[in-house]
Design a protein around this ligand. Structure first.
Ligand SMILES: [Mg+2]
Length: 469
């Protein structure tokens, strides 16, 4: 049902964990105090901008771009494309890069056979130093699971093959296989269970997983540059309880390699909770090499699980969504705040507002809207269907909060879906209830009284009205 949302969560979760952990990487700044959340402040070892992801997600994007073509990541051709992508990234001069990864990438030239050359160089480094079990292959491994969803043998083999391009130590390959198998299980079932992959790795991992669950994340903070401790640290943070945000906060709070551990945790948390669990206030600010934003990570995640195929509407690759033709251009002011305009997708025209909150799928040319800053065009994964959303009340609340944040920044906002029948009126009502403090049902009546197209799906209204808060 909702596997695409969870597939999208793998990359979005990793990127948001990465950007959240960047400021605190190896003591770049003091860890947040008790009760104080980690924030996307930028900085860190690479001097990143707020909301910018680092090498962890940069390298994951290379994997995702190859996975999004529908490639089998075990093949020589796909591994060569990944190797070339890593080398292209290295040639672009990343602001931060792991010691091992640099040692391997700096000695290899791109082109046919690049994967074999990387593997050979990684093996040579292992022979020479005996220490190549850094966390640098685990931090990027998430997209491997998406490329082979539902096929554990293929996932384990592909995860090891991609890991070995830079990390020869079998511990790194095992960690990638174990994590990807948990991601696969989470995307397909919504359950977070690291033990599903134990049959594919060495017998020592059962005790390592037990230890991660027994101990708090900070137990692993001092040595989480090592792949085993990084995996244990991430799993320990996830199993402390709470949801998506709490897991990421616990991962950052462990200290050490904060961005990498939070990226690792984020890939699995996002797989379980879905991309829709990543708050809009974080998604809108996410960006990084190679010039991507949250909407691009969404596209790559969807295409990876669809083996590169677009849906019948041409989404998520076509310039516009075909079935939207003929949607009304009309807008009406929100009854509680005239700085918010309500409408359908036809209203999405340059100059309509300073900012946009889109509640439907958009084509590649429709977002960001011309004239609107990329961070001010927020797309929300909200499906107009019965039982079609992972956490309907949370997504509606998050969309309403996004409108409020943009308004607090002094921007006029277009809030729209396709035909302004269900999603626009319900989110508009949630926003109205938020800013006026009135009851939800009354807020919805005020919206439907002014919005002629409003005819909200009963299950969506019930799901929202019936939820607490
Ligand atoms: Mg990093």
């Amino acid at each position: 049902m909702s596997a695409p949302d969870r597939a999208v969560g793998v990359l979005l979760g990793a990127a948001v964990g990465d950007a959240l952990g960047v400021p605190y990487e190896y003591g770049s700044r003091s860890l947040p105090g008790p009760g104080e959340p980690a924030r996307m402040l930028g900085g860190g070892l690479g001097g990143y901008a707020p909301g910018q992801w680092s090498d962890d997600t940069e390298m994951a994007c290379v994997l995702a771009e190859v996975a999004a073509t529908g490639a089998d990541l075990r093949t020589a051709d796909a591994l060569d494309r990944i190797a070339d992508g890593f080398l292209r990234w290295f040639a672009d001069g990343p602001a931060d890069i792991g010691v091992q990864t640099r040692a391997v990438l700096s000695a290899v030239r791109p082109g046919p056979g690049a994967a074999a050359r990387l593997r050979a160089r990684a093996a040579e480094l292992h022979e020479r130093t005996g220490r190549t079990a850094g966390n640098g292959s685990l931090m990027r491994t998430g997209p491997v699971a998406l490329a082979h969803l539902g096929d554990p043998d293929a996932i384990a083999a592909a995860a090891r093959a991609v890991s070995a391009l830079t990390h020869h130590d079998p511990q790194a390959g095992d960690a990638c296989a174990l994590w990807c198998l948990a991601i696969d299980h989470a995307v397909r079932t919504g359950q977070l269970d690291l033990r599903v992959g134990l049959g594919h790795v060495g017998p020592e991992w059962a005790e390592l997983v037990d230890e991660a669950e027994r101990c708090t994340p900070n137990r692993f903070g001092a040595r989480n540059g090592w792949v085993v401790a990084a995996l244990q640290c991430a799993w320990s943070a996830i199993t402390r309880g709470g949801g998506f945000e709490e897991g990421l906060q616990a991962a950052v709070r462990a200290g050490g390699d904060t961005d990498t551990v939070a990226a690792i945790a984020g890939a699995l948390l996002g797989a379980g909770h879905g991309g829709s669990a990543v708050p809009a206030r974080w998604r809108r600010r996410l960006h990084g090499w190679p010039g991507l934003r949250a909407r691009d990570l969404t596209r790559l995640g969807v295409l990876a699980v669809r083996r590169g195929e677009l849906d019948p509407d041409g989404w998520p690759g076509a310039p516009t969504v075909r079935s939207y033709a003929g949607a009304s251009e009309r807008t009406v002011p929100h009854p509680d705040d005239p700085g918010v305009l309500l409408g359908g997708v036809g209203a999405l025209r340059p100059g309509v507002a300073d900012a946009v909150v889109s509640l439907c799928r958009l084509g590649a040319d429709q977002a960001p809207l011309a004239g609107v800053a990329p961070e001010d065009h927020i797309e929300v994964w909200l499906i107009d269907g019965d039982d079609a959303n992972l956490d309907l009340p949370a997504v509606i609340a998050d969309a309403a909060a996004a409108v409020r944040e943009l308004r607090a920044e002094g921007k006029t906002v277009l809030l729209h879906c396709v035909h302004a029948q269900t999603r626009t009126p319900v989110v508009a009502a949630a926003y109205g209830a938020l800013v006026t403090g009135s009851a939800r049902a009354a807020a919805l009546r005020r919206v439907t009284a002014v919005l002629p197209s409003a005819c909200p799906r009963p299950s969506i209204v019930r799901g929202w009205l019936g939820s607490a808060g």
